[in-house]
Design a binder for this molecule. Sequence first.
Ligand code: GLU
Length: 503
Amino acid sequence: MSKVRVRFAPSPTGPLHLGGARTALYDYLFAKNTGGDFVLRIEDTDTTRFVPGAEEYIMEALEWCGIVPDESPKHGGPYGPYRQSERRAIYDQYTEEILKTDFAYIAFDTAEELESIRNEYEAKGEVFSYDNKTRGYLKNSISLSEKEVQELLEKKTPFVVRFKMPFDRVLNLEDIIRGKFSVNTNTLDDKVLVKNDGMPTYHFANIIDDHEMKISHVIRGEEWLPSMGLHILLYEAMGWEAPEFAHLSLILKPEGKGKLSKRDGDKFGFPVFPLDFKDPITGVVSKGYREEGYLPEAFVNFLALLGWSPANDKEILSLEEMTKEFDLYKVHKAGARFSKEKAEWFNHQYLQKKTDEEVVALLINSRPEIADENREKLLAIVRLMKERATFPKDIFESGKFFFVAPTTYDEKASKKAWNVDTPTILTSLIEKIKNTDPFSAENIQESLHQLSEEQSVGMGKVMMPLRLSLVGELKGPDVPDMMEILGKEECINRISNALKNIQ
Ligand code: GLU
């Protein structure tokens, strides 16, 4: 068998959706699992849908995931250029070639003419299709005489090139994921292959490039399954061997029904894009997993398992492990339901695997305002709070009191924790604290016990107002641990403040 070569071929029409990112990942995993090449090709022939910044976004998103192409517009390679807009000369040559076969013809119908025919059909309750039943009545090189065609060409009348779909042929197709199925060509229309500006459409450019770039396997979203028949016939028309095809199922909404769409992220409260994307025209920002605090390892891991599971049902796998175990033939035929909870679970798992130093760096990254805090203090906070965090920012949010002293005190908590003898208890506590050396969690614990005995009050009567003084509410980790990190002076200040402010 010739070398495996797969390509991810996005159109730069916006940010990469989760489904697109998963296609790229499966392309990559299959290529690397089989010792093959992974090619990134930018399909930008449709200038009307071009979005500035989308190509850069796609590259950055793949890079963030750790998916490095062997060949791409950025990395170069032996089959470039890898941007379709730069391959016009190649397409021109094949346009000439396909016109010499019986699989293509030129058509002069204008957009307005086709529109009015479409409307006539609609008025009759029918749907117009440019195909083997209608082409004989339309304005093209099949219906017109050679002389008429010549005249139109001399007058520089704009034309498109259309595929001449064969009449009543049954195509027996085979897809790696979906198995065998057949399509009758009478259900397919005469697709435009080359537009009137000479640029090929997706279908034509796509098969030319897959052939030229020696692509062995086409792995793509199931929305392209209906085009497979046309593509197979295009290979036949050109006399080329077709690659193998694998059409991936949809990623479904959390409730399990319907495709997860670009707008669903806002609705369900999770991102549907790898990175934040700011629409250059509307200025609207769509949220990304990276900015939300996901680790790329977690993102790639949960994405890979949306549609594939390794043999032993292992869940936590690095990109290297996935590469070893990935099997395109075991990718699920059914759609994969997206679960926010599961995505968060993966992030939690990967966050726990990070060293405290790494988490400190992530925490600072998500909260630059704490960059100047004492390193040891940050490490101690992370050590104490990491276990309960899903995202690095959680550590800041649930441990805010480590960085800012409370200025207000939760009313309900104050009622519950503060009573007439609290001021006496806390005033003695300040004295106790002054003599607690070294100021370690263990010694603090001991001092608190002594105080409760000396004052003949239960531990609750000491701990609750103390916690309220330090945090501003009755939340947070173990009090002595927290006090050690805050330090003696800060604890005394906070208790004194509470004594002044809580009645
Ligand atoms: N440019 C197409 C897309 O963005 C590629 C489809 C294919 O992989 O053939 O979906």
